[in-house]
Write a protein that binds this ligand. Structure first.
Ligand SMILES: Cc1cc2nc3c(=O)[nH]c(=O)nc-3n(C[C@H](O)[C@H](O)[C@H](O)COP(=O)(O)OP(=O)(O)OC[C@H]3O[C@@H](n4cnc5c(N)ncnc54)[C@H](O)[C@@H]3O)c2cc1C
Length: 318
């Protein structure tokens, strides 16, 4: 089987989730090819080889701006058809989701999103996908010859034993409609780690009592190179910006580690964090519902626990 992987990068660095997608593809097929958009240096591209890619197709034509959904979809579709790929793999993201949908129409492929493990290819091609915000799995068969999978983050171990890939430029043909949108500028929400991409999230709730107390959340986040999040009432009260609001009506995260501080664990909040790999809850109420969803829990006052935890983390790093 020949597998193409759509790789996303941010500020010249390939996203961890794209390395996961590359390693996932390499577990399925020897013939794993990554497609990347924009200018990335060779050191970064070689990391894709380490993660399992045998070849890298670079799209450097500035018309194919890396976050232009239409242009990227066209380029991937053309590469897929030209090089006779059978499977397209990508990490689930706000860009990958619309791209996957468009490519599936263009190449007539079966598409399954939020996939959690390797396909069962013994009898056809069947995968498990996470549904109901991580509370259940759907076993799904892909019946078309061409297939597309988007992967849930943090479900794949990144390989580290591959060698430098062959790197080639791929020149797609843009249609007028592909260039109908132009990205004028990009503004990051802050200089900190971005919440949807973060590997570790430290999130605070109403138990923090007010915005003036957020220093202890930020200190812990800084010690762990984590992003900060919050519950809905906290952003409703303007204690924190709305883009930090996690849950059913906010950002859905799936970090390796989610630390919830002074958050009760209402079902609407859990809907946004269910697919985290590990959940740690810090709450002074031993009956707080969040403890039922936690892998580890600390019953205690956040104002006492957090400074000690932050100090211990720095000491452990020395
Ligand atoms: C339609 C709808 C959609 C919603 N969507 C979302 C959503 O997307 N995200 C979301 O978060 N909520 C959402 N909500 C709100 C949700 O139901 C809860 O009301 C909310 O999550 C509670 O926020 P909280 O846990 O911060 O506050 P609280 O429920 O007030 O909990 C505060 C917690 O802090 C603990 N605490 C207090 N003091 C301390 C201390 N010193 N140290 C440690 N712990 C302490 C308390 O024991 C308590 O468990 C939604 C509600 C509705 C109706």
């Amino acid at each position: 089987m020949k597998v193409l992987v759509f790789v996303e990068a941010d500020e010249g660095r390939i996203k961890k989730s794209s390395f996961e997608a590359t390693s996932y593809a390499a577990e399925i097929a020897q013939d794993t090819v990554a497609i990347v958009f924009g200018i990335l240096d060779l050191i970064e591209l070689n990391k894709l080889g380490t993660a399992g890619a045998k070849e890298v197709l670079r799209v450097t034509d500035s018309n194919f701006e890396p976050s232009n959904i239409m242009a990227v979809s066209t380029a991937i579709s053309q590469a897929f058809i030209k090089e006779n790929f059978e499977l397209l793999v990508m990490a689930k993201s706000s860009l990958a989701d619309p791209v996957a949908a468009r490519v599936s129409i263009k190449i007539d492929a079966s598409l399954v999103s939020n996939v959690t493990d390797l396909p069962d290819m013994a009898n056809g091609f069947t995968v498990n996908r996470s549904i109901y915000t991580g509370k259940a799995f759907a076993k799904t068969k892909l019946t078309n010859e061409k297939k597309i999978l988007t992967l849930r983050k943090n479900t794949v171990l990144i390989l580290e034993n591959g060698s430098d890939p062959k790197v080639e430029v791929f020149q797609p043909n843009a249609k007028r409609s592909d260039l109908a949108v132009k990205i004028l500028s990009k503004e990051k929400t802050s200089g900190h780690v971005l919440l949807p991409e973060a590997d570790i999230v430290v999130s605070g709730g109403r138990g923090l009592k007010g915005p003036e107390n957020w220093g202890i959340i930020e200190d812990l986040a800084a010690a762990l190179s984590a992003a900060t999040g919050c519950s809905k009432p906290v952003s409703d009260l303007d204690w924190r910006p709305h883009h930090e609001h996690v849950g059913q009506t906010g950002v859905k995260v799936s970090p390796a580690l989610y630390i919830a501080v002074g958050i009760s664990g209402a079902i609407q909040h859990l809907a946004g964090v269910n697919s985290s790999k590990f959940i740690v809850v810090i709450n002074k109420d031993p009956e707080a519902p969040f403890f039922k969803a936690a892998d580890y829990g600390i019953v205690g006052d956040a104002f006492e626990v957090l400074p000690k935890l932050t100090k211990a983390i720095y000491e452990a790093q020395e």
